[in-house]
Every structure is written in structure tokens, then in C-alpha cells.
Design a protein around this ligand. Structure first.
Ligand SMILES: *Cc1c(COP(=O)(O)O)cnc(C)c1O
Length: 327
């Protein structure tokens, strides 16, 4: 199983009018620093504050009438749950979102306001997933997982189509990487249009499940730890069907960032770009600032989300809140 350009083009037609086409702008300060043009894909301005609405909207639009009547369920660190709740509300269908206790309160509130049922279970995504499995078995809900599903990957891939239209000469795209739905979809779209363009995944060093799995040659479990990039937390699933193989086949490299490098990305976004981004959305900027990206030529960074707790954002911008979290 894989997701190809034709699936991503079909997804784009399905979700047209339900998601924003987000702007892609030049960062003068990062271009000066890198010595080549650096573009920022401002996907944190997407409705619900993250790209996850693309996959969720596509997956819900692809359901049968019977599946819609049963409702949908997912485990989520927040942004997928929020996107699913939003897309389900638009279609008038029931959504149940299962989360671990690590999910920040601001993300919880946003999902609650969209009218979804919320279940808080255990300390990890895997614990939350067990509740999802129970609801599928006992109540007949349809599971729409955050990344390992062809309609989710195809929806996220629409971001890659937009990038190639907005910056046709892109040499490299830097993609925040967790379960790999975004990276797999974007890489499939980008390389489908422009095979020589590099796609590089970026994760936090604390609990980088996809990186550990790629190194091991199979999906492996890593301990989930608190990180400034909370949307990148969680495993890839030991029974991963889709995103592991796609990331192994399509990603040119994976870069890992320390917590202070992620914080530097958040600070840079705010001070230099006048943008508020969450940790996961700042890793491209963090990697570039840390000198960890060995690319020359036009580069696009995906700012994937903005749903950060604003108290935490203030402390990061003021240079606090790092020491207590640093590994
Ligand atoms: C989910 C998420 C990611 C990672 O996406 P995957 O498909 O799990 O790799 C990155 N950034 C933000 C803001 C997210 O919500």
C-alpha cells in the first residue's frame, strides 16, 4: 500500500473549499543567514491552526453514508483531534477523541468547544489507542487515525502540491516528522512532481519514534517524553502499515533537535517573522538556525501548527521555560 500523486490530486478536489490554501512567503532573515532563498509555508494559519485539517477533511469526505452514521473516533495529541472534531461537525457526524494526559489544556479546550466527546486515558498515545480499539469493537465507531491511513496521508499531501505550485524550483522541503503522515504525503506529492527535490524530516531528539524505527529497519517503540514539540510526541505503531514504509522510501534525511534548538525556532518565528508557532511548527527554523541543514538552493520550511499554550509561548520568548525541560 502506498499513496501516490493521483490520490493526492483526488484528495485536493475532495477538500476544496473545506481547507485554506495557505501562503508561502520568503523569510529575508533566514535567506540572509542560509545564503539561499528560504520560504516559509504558513500552514499554521490553516483553519484549526494546523495542517491536520487536510487529512481529516479528506478522510471524512471519503466515508460511506453508513460509516458517517456510525461516527468517527481517533487517538490524538491534540491537533488531529481538533481537526477531526471540526470536520465532523461540518458534516454533522459524531466524533470521539481519545487522548493521553500529556495533552496541553489549551488543545483540550479547543476540541471540547467543537462539540466532540473527549476521553482522557493513560500516559501515552498507545494507552489512548487502546480506548479507540474498544470503541470500534464495542460501539461500531469508525477509526480515523492521526497518520497511518491512506486518506489521511493523501490529505496531508495536498500541502506538498501547493508548495510545488508556489515554489516550483524548490531544492528541499523541511517537514516536521512524528508519525510520518505529513512527511509521507508531502514527499509523495513533491517527488511526484519534482523527483530531484529533497524532503527532509525533522523531529525532537526526545522520543523520535520514526527516526529510531528507520535506524532499526522496522517500527520500534520509544519512551514518550515531554517536549516543547508536543505535537511530535507518540509512537508510529508497531503494526504501522503505511507511513513507515513511505518515509523509508521517500525521505532523504531525518534531523533531530534538542529542546533549546526548538525554543530558538519558536523565538525566531516570533521576533523575526512576527509569527506565533508551536514547537512542532518551529523545528524547520530551529534546524536551520542550528546549522543542521546541509542544503543549498531554494528551501521551503513547513510551519505546521500554531496551537501552543500562550503562557508557555511567553516564557519561551522571554528565554525562560527551557532549563526545566532540557534533557
Ligand atoms: C501532527 C503534527 C505534526 C507531525 O505530523 P505527522 O503526520 O504525525 O508526522 C507536525 N506538526 C504539527 C503542528 C502537528 O500537529
Amino acid at each position: 500500500m502506498t499513496v501516490e500523486l493521483q490520490h493526492i490530486r483526488a484528495a485536493r478536489e475532495r477538500i476544496a473549499g473545506k481547507v485554506e490554501r495557505t501562503p508561502c512567503v520568503v523569510s529575508q532573515s533566514l535567506s540572509d543567514r542560509a545564503g539561499h532563498t528560504v520560504h516559509l509555508k504558513l500552514e499554521h494559519h490553516q483553519t484549526t491552526g494546523a495542517f491536520k485539517l487536510r487529512g481529516a477533511s479528506n478522510a471524512i469526505a471519503a466515508l460511506s453514508a453508513d460509516e458517517k452514521s456510525r461516527g468517527v473516533v481517533a487517538a490524538s495529541t491534540g491537533n488531529h483531534g481538533r481537526a477531526l472534531a471540526h470536520a465532523a461537525k461540518l458534516e454533522g457526524i459524531r466524533a470521539v477523541i481519545c487522548m493521553s494526559r500529556l495533552v496541553p489544556e489549551n488543545k483540550l479546550d479547543a476540541i471540547r468547544r467543537l462539540g466532540a466527546d473527549i476521553r482522557i486515558i493513560g500516559n501515552s498515545q498507545d494507552d489512548a489507542q487502546q480506548e479507540v480499539d474498544r470503541l470500534v469493537a464495542e460501539e461500531g465507531l469508525v477509526m480515523l487515525p492521526p497518520f497511518d491511513h491512506p486518506d489521511i496521508v493523501a490529505g496531508q499531501g495536498t500541502l506538498g502540491l501547493e508548495i510545488m505550485e508556489q515554489v516550483p524550483d524548490t531544492a528541499a522541503v523541511l517537514v516536521p516528522l512524528s508519525g510520518g503522515g505529513l512527511a509521507a504525503g508531502v514527499a509523495s506529492a513533491v517527488k511526484g512532481v519534482s523527483p530531484r527535490t529533497k524532503v527532509i524530516g525533522i523531529s525532537m531528539a526526545r522520543g523520535a519514534a520514526m527516526k529510531a524505527s528507520l535506524d532499526a529497519g522496522r517500527p520500534v517503540q520509544v519512551e514518550e517524553l515531554p517536549t516543547l514539540a508536543d505535537s511530535l510526541g507518540g509512537g508510529i505503531g508497531l503494526d504501522n502499515r503505511l507511513t513507515f514504509a513511505m518515509c523509508r522510501g521517500l525521505l532523504d534525511d531525518v534531523i533531530l533537535l534538542a529542546e533549546d534548538e526548538i525554543a530558538a525556532g519558536i523565538r525566531h518565528a516570533y521576533e523575526e517573522e512576527r509569527e506565533i508557532v508551536e514547537g512542532a511548527g518551529a523545528v524547520g527554523m530551529g534546524a536551520l538556525l542550528a546549522g543542521k541543514v546541509g542544503v543549498s538552493g531554494p528551501t521551503v520550511l513547513i510551519l505546521s501548527g500554531r496551537n501552543i499554550d500562550m503562557g508557555l509561548h511567553r516564557r519561551i520568548v522571554c528565554g525562560e521555560a527551557i532549563a526545566e525541560r532540557a534533557a
